[in-house]
Design a protein around this ligand. Sequence first.
Ligand code: M6R
Length: 610
Amino acid sequence: MCGIVGYVGKNKAVPFLLQGLEKLEYRGYDSSGIAVFTNTGIKIEKKQGRLKILADAISTKEDLNNANLGIGHTRWATHGAPSDVNAHPHKSKSGKIAVVHNGIIENYIVLKNELMEKGFEFVSDTDTEVVAQLLDDMYNGDMFDTLKTAVNRLQGSFALGIVCDDYPNTLFAVKKDSPLIIGLNENENYIASDIPAVLSKTQTVCRLKENQIAVLTSEKVELFDFDGNAVEKTVSKIDWNVESAQKNNYEHFMMKEIMEQPEVLKATISPRIKDFDIKLDDIEFTKEYLENIDKISIVACGSAYHVGCVAKYFMEDILRKPVDVDVASEFRYRNPIVGENTLVIVISQSGETADSLAALREAKSRGARVLSVVNVVGSSIANESDDVIYTWAGPEIAVATTKAYSTQLSILYLLALYMAKKLNKISEEKYKENIENINRLPSLIEEVLKSENKIKEIAEKYLDKEKIFFIGRGLDYATCMEGSLKLKEISYIHSEAYAAGELKHGTISLVDNDTLVISLLTNEKLFDKTISNIREVKSRGAKILAISTEDKVSKINEISDDSIIIPKFCEMMLPSLSVVPLQLLSYYVAKFRGCDIDKPRNLAKSVTVE
Ligand code: M6R
């Protein structure tokens, strides 16, 4: 978690540091801080709370604003509560060295005890402070040399930005298991945890690889491995610009991202379909390989896990192979039955989720082939997988995922159809029909988005509910899980998703006059069954919001208090349509309740800690 930035150049550092941190606030916003090089050495300003508080504190300090070198940090608290003192940067005992950090130093207690015995005093509860103190302890007058030795003492994950009093023109950075990029420009260079932070300055970036140290001045950037050998930079041009990382005219990123879904789905799907043939980039699964797979195992967290839950239904249905779906934090510790004949699919928007990355490593260590579905190019999960399929969703800034979820789902449809065809599990006619259906997804989602105003009215009606259940069967149940998570994470309403047939085994005792039950009914075969479940909750006083297809309007209106109607479509892909009203509903409920939609409390976009 956390976001770090750094600047070295001929211009003022503070404007870049602040705007870079603003772009990284999605990584955490418990506190923020900067350390800059002034006429009287390194000075730190850091504050608990949102970046605005820090910006106000800095605005009157001339010496800080004149600096040409600095580092910055936006925090998601792991070790130590959100507070001024636990905010980064952290300074060393001598005051010579300041450090910002993203990741976790796992052996910090051992190091801290060692340093305390040597007389070092610690002021914060963070793991990061030991890095500053350790560097101070080991410092031999040559920072690069010191870093080379110090990194071998650190266990865990760390992207570090470092400034030192003896180096008024040099910024040091280190990467191990936490993301770090370098932005390259004329007369100035930058470090950042993610690309949007540098985009207003440059589109030329270099992603640090594992176990690298970077030394930046205004004129040049040099990279080294942990043994001190110089290594080549891999520089790339980013083809999305700063506007695409901005809100444009939307009030919130979440709404912008919901509305972008047709466009990003098209970008994700169309390059992969050529004359009814599915091309999964450079990936080739032979018929023999697929026949030998005895199981597909999908591993992910949060919404990405829900994509896996939806995929299980249609993959098992058409491939007739078992598909396990696991939450990554459970998979990694439960001695999973995974081996050479398992295809493990890791789904992740950020590509940096710590549990998903650890699950990937676990699966690989057991001999499984790992395919990842990832949005962030070059991220850790993408780098470590045997095969990667990128979702072309573009940067997703809102903490609540919407467009990444939809593009992930579309990749899983493509994958299932690709495999079914290779395995002769689908007729040519059915296959072609499904390819046409995938191609129709963007325009159908556009159609669903037109219900925005109606959904807004429904949201206003139910915004005071404190208890909301989502019920559905089959694919609808899997979509309910996502709808429920979306609603609770941004509106703070307690909601749960249940398989409709399961309610009477306990949960129905919670249903009363104050309950709203949101019911999804998109499956022909299960329609009447779910209607019976709706009757059960209705007779106990619940209000009903039903979401179903256009052929069911009269039946739905008869039983529900409110309804949202989506186009009739092939059932396997209906989850892509039915999730959209749930995203809009969550958005408007949260907005009417005055919630911080893009940055819900206690959350961060990218969960890079266990
Ligand atoms: O970056 P990832 O897709 O690996 O993130 C996984 C979850 O943290 C993420 O989907 C989370 O549940 C979302 N905030 C939900 O909207």
